[in-house]
Design a protein. Structure first.
Length: 112
């Protein structure tokens, strides 16, 4: 195989594999990988919201020791984990709703 043929093969291979880079790295359409499709500006406020809700939960003596996980996306806060009773479950939701920036609370806390 001559140099011209080798060059042609290399260019063709590069063109065929160009779409694979996104699939390997992630975030390619139909690649089967999960990607964060939110705007980069949405991630920081979500992190700040999580921190604010966690701080309020930790400031509450009743909820401080409860294993509660907090996640947020676009103003929606997800509470998961477990609490000792229904009153603590309701209290955790009220505390989360009291944080500025929280639009809705998805309370998935389980009562032990």
């Amino acid at each position: 195989m001559g140099p011209k043929a080798l060059c042609t093969v290399a260019v063709m291979a590069g063109a065929l594999l160009a779409g694979c880079v996104a699939a390997v790295i992630g975030n390619a359409p139909n690649s089967g990988t999960a990607g964060d499709s939110r705007a980069r500006t949405a991630v920081a406020p979500d992190a700040a919201l999580v921190a604010a809700v966690r701080a309020k939960l930790n400031a509450n003596a009743t909820l401080r020791s409860a294993p509660i996980t907090v996640n947020a996306a676009g103003g929606t806060v997800l509470l998961s984990g477990s609490v000792a009773n229904a009153a603590q479950r309701a209290l955790a939701e009220r505390v989360a709703r009291s944080v500025v920036g929280v639009i809705t609370v998805n309370n998935q806390l389980e009562v032990n």
